[in-house]
Write a protein that binds this ligand. Sequence first.
Ligand code: PLP
Length: 242
Amino acid sequence: MVATLTDRIAAVQEQIAQAAQRVGRSAESVTLIAVSKTHAPDVIAAAYDAGLRHFGENRSDELAAKAAALTGLPDLRWHFIGTLQSRQTQAVADHADVFHAVDRLKIARRLSRQLEEAGRTLPVFVEVNVSGEGSKSGFSAERWEDDADQRAALHDVCATIADLPRIELRGLMTMAPWDAPEATLRSVFRRTRALADWLRQAVPQGDWSALSMGMSDDFTLAIEEGATHVRVGRAIFGERVY
Ligand SMILES: *Cc1c(COP(=O)(O)O)cnc(C)c1O
């Protein structure tokens, strides 16, 4: 028997609840973001009907098109989770409810200006690269515990972002390496959480309470290590077309 979308959503929600329970947290402390990139608006509408409200996109043109196609669904929240180029910030300023991947000051500054014009505010996560993998975007944080210069750079960039008008800091986002052993994944998540704890002291004008980490293959580990937002695509929608 082929699992339906509703079955897969229920299975992911059950795994979230169990992972949270293992570490004494409530299921409600975790926001499930269904990563709907490449999937059509009618598939998103079906997931919405099954109870999901948070959807993740990683291309600005796709976000704009889907937001336009699905304006009628109350409480639907768009999370932009991808790397953003300068010329693409307007779509995020116009349509995103949360932006997970601030990885350059220039992007944050542009968004801040465009949000001001649009009369909106935008909750954001600062993306950090704690694994040091070259393919990962995000501010360098692979040696943050031992390297005072890297820590100072992170401090300065986070303090600058925290002071930008219309940008509401919420916490850190990270991507774990592909196909890594469990111990490595846990270490990446744990070190990201520790960095957020450090930032809470170092940049107290920001809110560092949220942690966006964990995808289809590792979201239960991420929750055990403190994730408050998990970004799950394939486990809900199946394999992507591209
Ligand atoms: C695609 C994507 C995800 C979801 O990945 P799955 O493996 O399909 O769960 C999560 N985060 C980001 C930034 C992504 O681009």
